[in-house]
Design a protein around this ligand. Structure first.
Ligand code: BGC
Length: 760
């Protein structure tokens, strides 16, 4: 399959690297049309609602009932907080709850709304189901390394099945923020640095969560977040200000949102950040003019956790009343956690500060989405204890987690073909804080995980070791601290082993919301451990645990083999062992660059050339840092398999592309090895002279192919007129005649380009 375009069901002029705005229709999969049928009922309800009840529908509270898996059951005594929220539900002051799970409790709490409140409007249950519920799949960044859209759709589907059975209706996912600064802790939640991958994964995940029919209990309403440009926080510091040109916003940061909406996503979360002087959660231009006016989005906007209240801290709103007013008028329909809508809407309407029509509009959007989910007909939807038990952590889901884990692993290097390791007759030393770990393998946003479903690296490796092999496991140090005698123990284990396996990297506490880092390095304690283990002189395999592109140095960079293993979720150990011992070959490709040094951040492959482009051999007065090439150590798109695939020079079907035309780029891949190879052929272009300067390379498509052992295959990827267009100063897509470079290459830093001319 070729991935320069959206999957076939809505393949319409999807402009890969550009704005992705032209000509898309609302996906037919959504039940929005059916929901229109509910308009009469919804308007009828609105006509009956008091202003307090309207404010209540727009009020989203943290779920106090279901934090514990066992939840609250009939007959349980409620604590104060639970009793308070229960009273609010019964009096119509809550429209939705977030972040609790459990079928039994859902029914109980839903009953408070549909049996005891005046208008009997069902509650919406939302949750951060980001990469699985009980079964935990790889973190989204890791899964993106699979470059496998079908996989992403299947894991999102499985997560939705578990979530739906646990009574959840909406997931705060996919996170579609482009992540170009690896210091930013939340890169881990998205699809990395590239716009095309970002668009494609936004679509795949939205489709996976929402399924074919939003009224199905196993469909979760998708909520792409964080709208918008949250990933561009200055210096990568979480929550920080974003200031960028409209062109950059529209050509890099907005497209994945648009792609998710075009795939049917019916809700969206407004971001925390200030965007060009107007915080996103009060930004009318963004939340109304673009979202509604230009894109015709019909779902509802929910604020991020108290983000409308934070308009005060931003220095945008004077007080809580002002914050509620600005958020509401800006386009935030539902208020998460702050309670400001509930508190201020009645007075804001009474005083004329906010027209009641705006409140009605927000309520209508929320109720119409509830209708689209089928909540008025089936308010309990999937909440069923038996189904929940059956689907949660099922064998099928665990097998999928293992497959997803495997496909997410990226092999950065493999000197002397150290990998795969042999199962029999060898002694291995597994050294590092993550060897036996069963906590940090899940990754951030795994609040609903089943901790019992953790396969550690040690467990996975032991399960595959054959006759005569042995494994010693030494922690050596904590993630960020030495432990007494740790280095000595590691040295001894290394000296008794044939191969050292270093399980090092970041904890999930280092790569998540509010976990930005000034340096994207392996912590010192672990570097010291790695140094000591490597000094023994045995071959070293690094199993890197990470939630971002990292700076690798010293003993880590020098290891013979490096596998990037992210946070792979429940089946971590099994997935890693599948690759380590060669039952499967590594097939992942980096969705983010690994720069040489932290100080290069933000480093991304699709940067502009500057007037002083640097080449590795350049010394001074070119665009680079002292002593560091303006390149990645391991570039975007890079990833090795077991065996080497050779690329022929690229051939073009024609040296010219006609206006509105298309050409094809082809390459011959040869696999001299004895094992079939899986290769991701990546098509990049560069527009050599344009009225808006273009990146030095931009991904326009890719194809995964199997290259037979000892054989060759031809791979041809078309390049269309739409794909050579770029966004102009008028925010429309344009083509300009002239010279283009084209690469078919195994990474954003590999290969030699050929040229064609676009003629008019
Ligand atoms: C995060 C969101 C999340 C929300 C609800 C916020 O802190 O930024 O991504 O969905 O909390 O948990």
């Amino acid at each position: 399959m070729r991935h320069s375009l959206l999957p076939s069901h809505n393949r319409r002029m999807f402009l890969a690297g550009g704005a992705a705005v032209a000509g898309l229709v609302m996906a037919p999969r959504m039940a929005a049309a059916q929901a229109q049928a509910h308009l009469g009922r919804v308007n009828g309800l609105i006509a009956q609602m008091t202003i307090e009840e309207k404010a209540g529908q727009l009020n989203l509270e943290n779920d106090p009932f279901r934090w514990r898996p066992e939840g609250v059951n009939p007959g349980d005594t409620l604590d104060n907080n639970q009793a308070n929220i229960a009273a609010m539900i019964r009096t119509g002051q809550v429209g939705a709850l977030f972040n609790g799970v459990g079928a039994a409790t859902t029914r109980l709490v839903q009953d408070m709304a549909i049996k005891e409140s005046r208008l009997k409007i069902p509650l919406l249950f939302a949750a951060d189901i980001v990469h699985g519920l009980r079964t935990t799949f790889p973190v989204p960044l890791g899964e993106t390394a699979s470059w496998d859209l079908d996989l992403a759709e299947r894991t999102a589907r499985a997560a939705a099945v578990e979530g739906g059975a646990a009574g959840v209706h909406q997931t705060y996912a996919p996170m579609v923020d482009i992540g170009r600064d690896q210091r930013w802790g939340r890169v881990v939640e998205g699809a990395g640095e590239d716009v095309l991958l970002g668009n494609l994964f936004a679509v795949a995940r939205t489709r996976g969560f929402q399924g074919d029919d939003l009224t199905e209990w196993s469909s979760l309403l998708a909520c792409p977040k964080h709208f918008a440009a949250y990933g561009a926080a200055e210096s990568g510091m979480d929550y920080n200000t974003t200031d960028m040109s409209e062109l950059e916003l529209r050509s890099v940061y907005l497209p994945p949102f648009k792609a998710a909406f075009d795939a049917g996503a019916l809700s969206v979360m407004s971001a925390f950040n200030d965007l060009n002087g107007v915080p996103a959660s009060g930004n009318k231009w963004l939340l109304t003019d673009i979202l509604r006016g230009e894109w015709g989005f019909t779902g509802f906007v929910v604020s991020d956790y108290t983000s409308e209240q934070e308009l005060i801290a931003h220095g945008y709103a004077a007080d809580g009343r002002d914050a509620a007013r600005l958020a509401l008028l800006g386009g935030v329909d539902m208020s998460m956690k702050s309670g400001l809508y509930l508190k201020h809407i009645p007075e804001l309407v009474q005083s004329g500060a906010v027209p009641v029509s705006r409140v009605d509009e927000a309520v209508r959007r929320v109720l119409m989405t509830k209708a689209a989910l089928g909540l008025f007909e089936t308010p309990y939807r999937g909440s069923d204890v038996r189904t929940e038990r059956r689907v949660t952590g099922s064998r099928e889901h665990l097998a999928l987690a293992r497959e997803a884990g495997r496909k997410s692993i990226v092999m950065l290097k493999n000197e002397g073909d150290l990998l795969p390791l042999t199962k029999a007759g060898k002694r291995y030393a597994l050294i590092g804080p993550f060897g036996a770990d069963t906590v940090d393998l899940f990754g951030p946003w795994s609040i609903f995980k089943d901790p019992k479903l953790a396969v550690s690296l040690e467990d996975g490796i032991r399960a595959q070791l054959g006759d005569g092999s042995s494994l010693s496991v030494v922690k050596g140090c904590d993630v960020e601290a030495n432990i007494e005698g740790g280095v000595e123990a590691a040295r001894e284990a290394a000296s008794l082993a044939d191969v050292v396996i270093l399980a090092i990297g970041e904890s999930q506490e280092m790569s998540a919301e509010s976990k930005s880092r000034t340096e994207i390095t392996i912590p010192d304690a672990q570097l010291k451990l790695a140094q000591a283990a490597a000094a023994v002189g045995k071959p070293v395999v690094v199993l890197l645990r990470n939630g971002r592109g990292m700076e690798l140095s010293g003993p880590v960079a020098d290891a013979q083999a490096i596998l990037v293993t992210w946070f792979l979720g429940s089946e971590t150990g099994n997935s890693v062992a599948d690759i380590l011992f060669g039952d499967h070959a590594p097939t992942g490709r980096l969705p983010v660059s690994f720069p040489y040094k932290s100080g290069q951040s933000p480093f991304y492959y699709a940067h502009k050339a500057t007037g002083r482009p640097s080449r590795p051999e350049d010394r001074e007065f070119t665009a680079k840092f002292r002593g560091v090439p303006h390149l990645a150590l391991y570039p975007f798109g890079h990833g090795l398999g077991y065996g080497e695939v050779q690329y022929s020079p690229v051939r073009l079907s024609s040296p010219t592309m006609a206006w509105n035309g298309e050409i094809a780029a082809s390459v011959t891949l040869t696999n001299p090895g004895a094992r079939e190879a899986s290769e991701v052929v990546q098509l990049y272009i560069r527009d050599r002279a344009a009225s808006i300067t273009q990146p030095v390379r931009l991904l326009k498509g890719f194809r995964r192919v199997a290259v037979p052992a000892g054989g060759s295959i031809e791979v041809s990827i078309p390049l269309t007129f739409a794909e050579v267009q770029f966004m102009g100063g008028d925010y429309q897509m344009h083509a300009e005649p002239g010279l283009f470079d084209v690469w078919l290459a195994p990474s954003a830093q590999a290969g030699e380009p050929v040229q064609f001319t676009l003629t008019r």
